[in-house]
Ligand binder design. Sequence first.
Ligand SMILES: [Fe+2]
Length: 277
Amino acid sequence: MLEKITDRIYYMMNRDETDRPVLGLVIGDDCCLIVDAGNSPKQAQEFKMELDKMDLPPVKYLVVTHHHWDHTFGLTEWDLVSIANHKTSEYMNVYREIKYDDSSLELAKEQGIFNDFSIKCIKAEITGRENFIPGNVDLSFDGELTIDLGGITCEVRQVVSPHTDDSSLLYIPEEKTLFLGDSVYGQTIQGYNHFDDQLLFPLIDLIEEYDAEHYVCSHESVCSREEIVSYWEQLKTGFDIANTCSSLEEGLVENKKQFDTEPSDDDIFFMKSFGLR
Ligand SMILES: [Fe+2]
């Protein structure tokens, strides 16, 4: 069963073991739109089975939030008008140029295309890897795109984020819902999560311009307004402490001094993400 956000927006929960992201469903009067393709034909099939149980207008569009494999490898399963920004489509072509048997995946790791965790998940999720060719989208856009689903609209906006430079946000104003994809996450560099503050904080400012109550992060499920604001505050605290302290040890002391409590795992994660070691 899908989880409900509003009468017109549902989602399938993420599953961390094999890096399955949230998949979204936006229901218009005339047609429906899917957010992200799934990390595999298998995830896409499971989502489709849930859609089949619902009495929906025709499912017509699929929008990809960014190129990463876990959001796009399910694309071959969908027979919809698929959409992404130009950069995402370009990056997706890289995935189409490589092979997915064991030795090719090892080669892709050496080239920096996948890490160990991704390879483990791809092996678990993709059947018939020897013949697997990831799909690409039908339509690409630059900047912004508005899709009318009948009585409800989906505003897609290309942004640069600390996660990738090809992220798209999806905003459904009538439902005050914003799909963030992975845009507010960092990226793994040399085994550590890294946040580029020059990209992160302008993105947060931009996100704050949206009148939203529901925020869908691809690997966290749904956040309320309060939860997303709390996330921004944690990020800001991590950044401020990382900027005033010269080591993680010093940062831990400073955090404890400011909040009069032991730093949480998240606090430590954010301090590290802004460079403290
Ligand atoms: Fe991602």
